[in-house]
Design a protein around this ligand. Structure first.
Ligand SMILES: Nc1ncnc2c1ncn2[C@@H]1O[C@H](COP(=O)(O)OP(=O)(O)OP(=O)(O)O)[C@@H](O)[C@H]1O
Length: 368
């Protein structure tokens, strides 16, 4: 099966010598929703602009439906790009803003108008089609920008932080619309964001980038459950990360010796014994037990030895949720959240000693 979009060892070095993107490999299927996620300056926008044709490629190839498009100008690519600031023409009506791209392309009027009306309808913009964008709300402007991107019927829609200018509530609502629209139209979306929750809510797969390099490409739940690099483990979710040395390695398991003890986790491929590693334990995998009355041996047996001692330094109840801060012997603090029935205020007071446990399968051991 062919791919809609392929990036093969794509690199970008700006004229001033800044290496913005390094050896970017990605293959996207038709109708996939892909997000580029990473801290500011990691190369997300540069990559998107290279796909759109607004930025030249220093090395590698970009293919759309198997065709190499490295040198094709933006207007001849089957892509459309939506910018964070929407870039709408203030003096033109909504309808004309939406149809402008088709006008420039010289599409016959009747066909153009039919297409514009159809997309205005789809995005619920018909009622405001004669108004000027600067009189409209952020959410409406966002939909106009989407309509303008979609009216040219691109194979791939490129979105550069399109929801960045919206307040939190509107953002949530438009996220839903965007997802439904994308699935209905079956168009491939490539979306740039530095908001984790947005990438997680929308994407089929997320490309996590750091300093110009791809760290990991995975569906959202895999990024949480099985981070592959130290950067992803620290960037995604809320993980406790312990440094150590792999002392045993069998099947999918690895035993890591850390300053706090020996612990077992799921090992990523290729991890060798006697190498430096990191044990990554997601916050959701941790269970706290009161030390008095707890049977350490029994807990250790149940969790394959994954037991740590800690002390509660803060305890707070908000609604039905208890928030505990637990300090470890190595100076690390862990934030734990759970139902008050599980962590009653009286039992988990500040200064009380606790045992923390987790199942080996829920922890991941990665190369340091
Ligand atoms: N026109 C340019 N000339 C030189 N360097 C640039 C140019 N545009 C971007 N860069 C640099 O390239 C790197 C990647 O920038 P890019 O805008 O792609 O990152 P980003 O991940 O999209 O960041 P943000 O989330 O802040 O938009 C940064 O170091 C940036 O300073």
């Amino acid at each position: 099966m062919g791919y809609d979009l392929e990036l093969i060892k794509v690199g970008k070095v700006y004229d001033n010598g800044t290496p913005a993107v390094i050896d970017f490999d990605l293959a996207v299927s038709k109708g996939e929703f892909i997000a580029f996620l990473g801290p500011s300056g990691c190369g997300k926008t540069t990559t998107l602009r290279m796909i759109a044709g607004f930025e030249t490629i220093t090395s590698g190839d970009i293919l759309i439906r198997g065709r190499r498009i490295n040198e094709l100008p933006p207007e001849r690519r089957p892509t459309s790009m939506i910018f964070q600031n929407y870039a709408l023409f203030p003096h033109m009506s909504v309808r004309r803003n939406v149809g402008y791209g088709l006008e420039v392309k010289g599409m016959p009027r009747a066909e153009r108008e039919a297409r514009v009306e159809r997309i205005l309808e789809t995005l619920d913009l018909t009622a405001i089609a004669d108004q000027k964008p600067d009189r409209l709300s952020g959410g409406q402007r966002q939909r106009i920008a989407l309509a303008r991107g979609l009216v040219v019927e691109p194979e791939i829609l490129l979105l550069d932080e399109p929801l960045g200018a919206l307040d939190a509530n509107l953002r949530k609502a438009i996220q839903n619309e965007l997802k439904i629209l994308q699935k209905t139209l079956g168009i491939t979306f490539v979306f740039v964001t530095h908001a984790q929750s947005e990438a997680l809510a929308l994407s089929d797969r997320i490309v996590v980038m750091n300093q110009g390099r791809v760290e990991q490409i995975s569906p959202p739940h895999v990024l949480y459950r099985r981070p592959q690099t130290p950067f992803v483990a620290q960037f995604i979710g809320r993980n406790t990360i312990l440094d150590g040395i792999v002392r045993e390695r069998a099947g999918e398991r690895a035993v890591v010796e850390t300053p706090l003890g020996r612990f077992t986790g799921h090992a990523v491929n290729g991890l060798a014994a006697e190498t430096r590693a990191k044990l990554v334990v997601p916050g959701e995998a941790l269970d706290a037990h009161r030390i008095d009355g707890a049977d350490r041996e029994a807990i250790a047996a149940r969790y394959s030895g994954n037991v740590l001692t800690g002390a509660v330094s803060r305890s707070e109840v908000v609604g039905h949720l208890a928030h505990l801060t637990i300090d470890l012997a190595n100076g690390m603090s862990i934030l734990l959240e759970g139902h008050v029935d599980k962590y009653p205020r009286d039992a988990f007071r500040p200064q009380s000693q606790v045992l923390l446990s987790w199942s080996p399968d829920e922890a991941t051991v990665i190369a340091a």
